[in-house]
Design a protein around this ligand. Sequence first.
Ligand code: ZN
Length: 242
Amino acid sequence: MTQSIVRAGQRVEVETPHPRAALKGLEERLDGRVLESVEAVGKHVLLRFEGGLVLRSHLRMTGRWRVEPRGAQRKGRPWLVLRGEEHEAVLWNGPVLELARDARSVAGLGPDILASPPDFDAMLARLRAQPQRAVGDAILDQRLVAGIGNMWKAEALWAARVSPWRTVAEVTDEELHETLAAAHRLMRGRLGGASPLHRVYRRVGRACSRCGAAIRSYPQGEAARMAYWCPGCQKGGRQPSA
Ligand SMILES: [Zn+2]
C-alpha cells in the first residue's frame, strides 16, 4: 500500500492541517521537495526526501494512510497530506511523526539554518564560493545552507528585499546576512506556533503588501523549483521576461 502513497521521485506539496502536526514544522521543511523513496516496515513508514531529510511515521493503533485522487474533498483535519501529480496520500491520526536528517547525508550538508544561533559566517563563506549562481538557487542548496525550504526561501528574500535572480556576487554580505537571518527568524517563529503569513509564496498576481506591485513566479535553478518575488521591491538580477 505504502509504495503507492505517492509515486517516489515526484516533487510533492506538503500540508499539515492538524494543529499538533503543524507545530512540527514539517510543511516548511518538506513542501516542494522530491520524495525519493518510501519504505514500509510493519506500521513504520520512512519517507526520504531530497536534501537528506527523512520523515518517520508510526501508525500505532489509530493511524492510517489513505490514498485519494489529488484535490479530493475531505472532512476533518488529517495530520499530513503529501500531494503528488495525480494522487495525494493522507495520514489520519498519526501519533508518531518525526523528521530527522538522514545520517548518510549529513556529512555534506551546510550549516543548519535552525541552529541557535545559526553559523551565518560559515553560510556566507559557502555561498561566496558560488559567486555566479543566482542567490535564490544557492540558498536552497543544502550543501551551502541546510534547511531552507522553497517557501521560506521566497519569504526570506522578500523580507530582505533581495531579488532571487541576482547572482551571489551581486548581493552584499549585509543582504545575504539579512536574508539568512530572516529565514531563521521566520522558520523559528513557525516552529513556535506563529501562523505563517505569506507575502509572496503562492501569491502570484496579487499585490505586494509593501509596494503594491504584482507578485511573480518562475521556475528557478536546475531543479526548476518555483521562485516567487515582487518585481517592485526585489529588483535586479536576470529576471525572466514576463
Ligand atoms: Zn513589493
